[in-house]
Structure formats: structure tokens, C-alpha cells
Design a protein around this ligand. Sequence first.
Ligand SMILES: [Fe+2]
Length: 164
Amino acid sequence: MGTDINRMEKVWNDFCTLVGGGSIPSEREMTLEFELGHAAGTARIAQFLAAKRELDIEIAFILGVLHDYGRIMTGSKKDHARIGSNYVREYLTQSNCFTEDEIEVLVKAVANHSCKDEVGSPFEELIKDADVLDGFLAGRKPKKTESERRLEAVFKEFDLKEMV
Ligand SMILES: [Fe+2]
């Protein structure tokens, strides 16, 4: 790995290595093709939302990539946010390129990202909205009213015509 690699590239490369390697379960609720597309899509949308909300776009990208880490590691949706937050803490700590404060922000946002009906910290809100928006843009209708509400709020935030 080159020394000039930035943290976004490092996290994305590590993520792809994990997804492409043999260490995760082959029995999965969502395909790995889906997981890769969703991670990349959510990460880019998170950057865009972060720019609008004056949040750090690098942290936003990394959060987008890692938010479903639990589902990557277990293959299951069940409790994937909480489970993922433990894996994310371990990964970020051993990567040695994040401060304790950054790790706390990322871990907390991963842990709570499934609580779409609750309002959390700016990064928690960012990842919930980016998650829902990626699904919508990929052609999946929102299943829950709280997701629909989030979509409507984001469209309003960007002054977009009603899309839901
Ligand atoms: Fe997600």
C-alpha cells in the first residue's frame, strides 16, 4: 500500500478485501454485489449530505462504507447495527489512523443507524438519511413510514420535487 493513500481509499480497499476474501460467511441474506453497491452508494450520498450540513466529508464517506459492517461479517440483518459497531471499533482501532473521538463518532453512528424513527447526533442522522436515500435511488421502495419521512425531508432539504 502506497504511503500517499488517504483514509477513504484505505477504508474502501480494506472493505473490498474483506468482501472479496474468504473470511465472511457465504450464506447471506443480501448478496455481496448488493453490499458493495450499497456501501459505495451510501458513502457518496453521505459525503453530499455532509457537504450540505457542514460535516466532515471524509468521516461521512467512511461511515457510509462501514455502516453495514455487521451484515458483512455475519451475513444476517438481525441486530446488524449493534453487532457491526463492535467490529467497526475493532477495525478502526487496529487501523491506527483514527483518533479516539473519530472512532467514538463512527461507532455510535453505526450502532444506531437502524433506529430510523429516532433523532440522533448529526452523523447518526446523516447515515440514516444516506442509507434510506441509497435504497431509494437504487429502486427500492421504502418499507417503513419513518424511511419515507426521511426521504421527504431530504428532498425538501435539497429543494427537490416530490419523488416518493
Ligand atoms: Fe444500509
